[in-house]
Each structure stands twice: as C-alpha cells, then as structure tokens.
Design a protein around this ligand. Structure first.
Ligand code: ADP
Ligand code: ASP
Ligand code: MG
Length: 595
C-alpha cells in the first residue's frame, strides 16, 4: 500500500475552514488507497505571536522555555486537524513530536534530529488511522521539548517520509510550487516543474524560504521525492528530485538573504591556525557564517571578512571577543545594512562565462559588489540592502529566468517505490538511526593540484572592475574556478581567482593589464596551489565542518589562503607543497563521516 506524507504550513491551516479543507485532502488520499501521515505547522502566524509574547516578558528568554512555548502552536493544530478528520467519518490520531519519538539533540531552538521511532506510527497506520503529527518539534534525551528552528515543519515532514519509506512527501503551502525566485518579491518569477536536491538545498540555505533547508538534506540523503504544491487547489506543483529537467541551465534560481551582516576583522596574524581560532567559538554557538574572505597579507597581517545573519551578529561578536585578545586583531568594520544575492545552477559547474555575465549585468545596473564568493554551483554577491532587489531583478532577467516555461510533471501521482530503492534507503536509515539522522555525511575528500592563484591587490572601489576582468579572461578562453573578492568599501579590496596552471600565463597577462588600467596596487601570483575539497550534504549549515577542516589543517601547520563554502562542498586553497599532507589530514579528520 502506498504511503504518503502531507505537510500543511501555517497559512494552509490558518483558520477552521482551512483546517477542514486540509483534512479533506488527507481523507481523499486515504480513500484512494494510501496510508496517510499529516504534518502540520502552527496556525497562521501563531509562532510569531508566541515569540512576541515571550518578548513582552523578557529580552532574553531561556531557550528551553522558548521551545516549551513554541511547541504549543503545533499542538493546537494537530488536535483540531484530528477532530476535522474525525468529523468526516475517518479515524485520526494526533501525536506530538515526543509521542512519535522524534529524538533530537539538546540545542534548544535549533535542535537537530537524532532518531525517529517508527513502530507506533506504523501500527496506527496499519490499523487504518490517519496519523496527524506535530511539525517542528521533538524531545531530547531528558525528555525536554525541543524545536528544530523556524520553518522546521518541512524537516519533520521529509524526515518522517524518509524513515517511513514514504512514496512521496507533499508540501502544501501558499504558493503553487517552487519559483525561480520568491514570487512575492519578484512578480516576474516563474514556476519550475522540477528542481534537483543540490540546487534546492543551496537556494533554501541562501534565502529561498519556501523550504527549510534541512528538509532537503533529508530528501537528498534518503531520496525522498518532494512535491511542493498549493493547498488551495488540486493542481500539481514542483518536484524536488535527484536529477531535474532544468539541470543544464547555468542559473536555475536566484535567492536573497535580506538581513545579512558583514564583519571585517583587521590586523590578524596570517599564520596557520588563525582561521580556526577565529571561527571555532562562533561555530560552537551553531551560528552559520558565510562568504569567508581573506586579503593577501601585508607584513604578516591580514584582514578576514565574513557574513552572517544580522540577528546572530551580537552573539558572534561576543563569542570572538576573548579570541581576539589572545590572537591579536580587532573588529575593523561591521555593517548591518547589507544583503546577499546568490545565483544557483548545476549547469554553471560545466560552463564558462557565467560569473562574468552576472558581474557585467550588475555593473551595468550600477550595483557595486562589496564581496564576491563562488562555489561549483553558486555565485554570491554582497550588496547594500537598498539595492539588493535591483541586483536580484538584474540577475533574474540576465539569465532569462522570466522566460522559463512550466511544463506539468508527467509523474506526480503516488506510486510505490521500487523494492530496490526502498532496500537501499532502509540500509542508510538503519545506520543513521544509530549515529544521528542529521549527522554529517561526507561523500568525498579530494585534492586538485593543477591550479594557480592570481590576486589583484588593493583595487579601487569602482563598479565594473570584476566584470571587465572576468569578461576579458573569458574572452581569452580561460576557465576560472574559484573567485573571491574581499570587501570594497575602502582601498583594501582584493580580487583573487584560480585557474588551471596551463592557462595561468594568459590569465596573469590579462590581470596585469586590468591592474595597470585601474591602478590597483599590484598582482600577486602563486603558480602552485592546492585546492582541497570536502563534498557532502549540508556542509555549511553543519557549522562544525569548516571548523574541523580548519582545525586539522592548523594542527598540521598548513595555512589556509582561500575558502569557499556551499551546502554541498567546502573548498580551501593552501600552498601547493601542502596539498598531499592536507589531503591526508582531512581524510583522518572526516573518517567517521565518510559514507
Ligand atoms: P508555509 O507556512 O507553508 O511553510 P512559507 O511561508 O514557509 O510557507 O513558504 C512559502 C513562501 O515562500 C511563499 O509564500 C513565498 O513567498 C516564499 N518563497 C521564497 N522563495 C520562494 C521560491 N523560490 N519559490 C516559491 N516560494 C518562495
Ligand atoms: N511554526 C513554525 C514556524 O513558524 C514551524 C513551521 O511552520 O514550519 O517557524
Ligand atoms: Mg515554511
């Protein structure tokens, strides 16, 4: 018998009428012969209301009590939903996270799922009941109630679908699918019929709020087909799958993280271990930093910039206070008026010229780029918040995302998964139920010793420089791999990029010419660099990954020159001579997490 998990978000259960409509969908799936688990969010904006209540009591509510409070939102909905199903003449039973046996760690308000018991749900389903599960919550070892972080009901739904071996996970929401960017922000956004896990993971973690990014980690790990669709109709929506029909596009989606903050730490010693010492205390607080950028050092000192969600800024600065005292260095700049705009596409890994097209379009629109970082499948730029929407719109139209045509998915009905697929997934589930369902999963660790690094130092703060540079480099037929631009708000910005060694001479010539024209301070060049890559699932949101990587390199006395992070890959550049040693160290450090 097929098994289906249906999740209804806040707007889709905002009032009794909507709860009854959602219940009808569950009942219909049941009538059609599926076993049905329904996961619900708190009604409407109830979670926001609860947070507001807490704020009226105290500025600093204890995280444990916050979870106790927030979990009540979903508890209201499960009871009402069960009553609704019951009123239609079908058997339903509501269960809290604790009653299901969703065990999490104890990091209140951002807990990660450790294991999920399935016996009770399976028994109830076999008895013919529709099971109504509370989203967003679990319990820790000590039976304390925990929550998974805002938007976490998606993660409850997909994780339940994974452990129950569901044939499909339907996410019912207030949009009719996944769009090329948030359709509420950009009316030109187009609905896509499919998107692959890697792209969705990246988009969700970079601001596409339609799915909780950790839910996509579950989808990818356990190959759960996810169908995002409207709760207001019966029309099919968008599928999140392993291989999507849009995967050859250079850019398939654009995302905006509106409330990002930029921090620059100046005058830190440029020696091995600095990056590790700086970021370890932040990671310990489970704060995800992004866009880590380092200038080429002068007199043994360097500047390190990074971005993080504005709401975490105070906590992060507090966390590094002590380290800065012992390490040297100080907070040179903090800017809370920036936003991060990112273009994501699996296709860009195979194509040249995606970055320069993006930079050119932004330069033509007069958008100044404060920071640039790239990874295999995404390019992020940091811009002033007041022009972030313009940047988003520009990239969206440059890559013709407003021209994408939705073609209804041929195969969205729930059919049972093949036994072979199911067996593979059961094997992974059994293993992870022991070590932690959301534990880090690394696919590979690799070394690329074929590249060179080129840096334009102290470039003047003028729009269009990155565009000129990478346009000319692309014209010369050179494939650029990593690109990093440090912040350009003063005269201290550098642009660093890597190219294949056999193309470094041409790239260097172009860089020198641009440098002369734009009067930057000079071109720094390292012919032999080593790029170390760790590939896996959820690498940026697992704040420990970059730290474990920095730590193991620091212990081996290896200095990190460049960093880029994405959800599917973390890359660092070190001196060429350190490549092999670095590779061995990383293999040791991640031995337990290799799949
Ligand atoms: P729910 O309460 O159902 O979980 P959310 O508000 O969390 O709903 O997510 C749905 C919202 O996500 C949409 O209303 C839309 O504004 C926003 N969104 C952001 N990015 C995208 C995108 N790429 N595609 C579709 N919706 C998006
Ligand atoms: N109710 C929670 C929130 O608003 C969880 C969710 O809706 O996914 O964040
Ligand atoms: Mg949501």
């Amino acid at each position: 018998m097929p098994l289906i998990v249906q999740k209804f978000g806040g707007t889709s259960v905002a009032d009794p009428k909507k709860i009854l409509a959602a219940a009808r969908k569950a009942v219909r799936a049941h009538q059609e012969g599926s076993q049905v688990v329904v996961v619900v969010s708190a009604m409407g904006k109830n979670t926001d209301g609860l947070i507001d209540l807490a704020k009226q009591i105290t500025d600093k509510p204890a995280a444990r009590e916050m979870d106790m409070l927030l979990s009540t939102g979903e508890q209201v909905t499960i009871a009402l939903m069960a009553m609704a199903v019951d009123s239609m003449g079908y058997d339903a039973i509501s269960l809290t996270g604790g009653q299901i046996g969703i065990k999490t760690d104890s990091s209140h308000t951002k807990a990660r799922i450790h294991s999920i018991a399935t016996d009770r749900i399976k028994r109830l389903l076999d008895d013919g009941k529709i099971v109504i599960a509370a989203g967003f919550q679990g319990i820790d070892e000590e039976l304390n109630i925990t929550t998974l972080g805002r938007g976490g009901s998606d993660t409850t739904a997909v994780s339940l679908a994974a452990v129950l071996g569901a044939d499909q996970c339907e996410i019912y929401t207030d949009v009719d699918g996944i769009y090329t960017t948030d359709p509420r922000k950009l009316p030109d956004a187009k609905r896509v019929s499919q998107v692959c896990y890697d792209e969705m993971l990246e988009l969700a973690s970079l601001g596409a709020g339609v799915m909780h990014s950790r839910s996509i980690e579950f989808g990818k790990k356990f190959n759960v087909p996810i169908h995002v669709r409207s709760s207001m109709s019966d029309e099919p929506g968008s599928l999140i799958v392993d291989v999507a029909d849009t995967s050859d596009l250079p850019v398939s989606g654009v995302a905006l993280t509106r409330d990002e903050a930029l921090v620059t730490i100046v005058d830190v010693p440029d020696v091995s271990g600095t990056i590790f010492k700086l970021f370890a205390p932040i990671a310990e607080k489970k704060i995800t930093v992004d866009m880590i950028v380092q200038n080429v050092s002068a007199n043994g000192k360097t500047d390190i910039s990074f971005t993080l969600p504005t709401e975490e800024l105070a906590d992060a600065l507090e966390a590094i206070e002590e380290v800065l005292e012992t390490l040297g260095g100080r907070v040179g700049l903090k800017d809370e008026s920036v936003s991060k705009v990112s273009a994501v596409g699996l296709g860009m890994a195979q194509q040249t010229g995606v970055a320069n097209r993006m930079f050119r379009s932004l330069a033509d629109a007069g958008v100044n780029l404060q920071i640039i970082t790239t990874s295999e499948i995404k390019i992020s730029v940091l811009v002033k918040r007041d022009i972030a929407m313009e940047a988003l719109r520009t990239i969206h139209s440059e890559f013709a995302l407003d021209q994408i045509e939705y073609s209804p998915n041929a195969n969205v009905t729930t059919s049972e998964r093949s036994t072979e697929d199911a067996e593979k997934v059961v094997e992974v589930i059994n293993r992870l139920q022991q070590s932690g369902m959301e534990a880090l999963m690394i696919d590979s660790i690799s070394l690329d010793s074929t590249q060179s690094r080129i840096t334009l130092q102290k470039i003047p703060n003028q729009p269009g420089l990155a565009a000129n540079l990478f346009e000319r480099i692309a014209k010369a037929g050179v494939f650029v791999d990593m690109i990093v631009q440090s912040h350009g708000s003063d005269q201290n910005a550098d642009i660093t990029f890597t190219v294949k060694r056999d193309q470094s001479a041409i790239a260097l010539e172009v860089a020198q010419a641009i440098c002369d024209e734009a009067s930057c301070a000079g071109v720094d060049h390292k012919e032999e660099i080593a790029k170390l890559s760790v590939t896996g699932i959820g690498l940026r949101s697992h704040t420990g990954v970059a730290i474990a990587l920095f730590q193991s390199l620091a212990q081996a006395g290896i200095n990190v020159e460049m960093v880029n992070t994405s959800e599917v890959q973390v890359n660092v550049v070190v001196a060429g001579a350190d490549g092999n040693k670095g590779l061995e160290k990383l293999k040791d450090a991640f031995a337990d997490s290799l799949r």
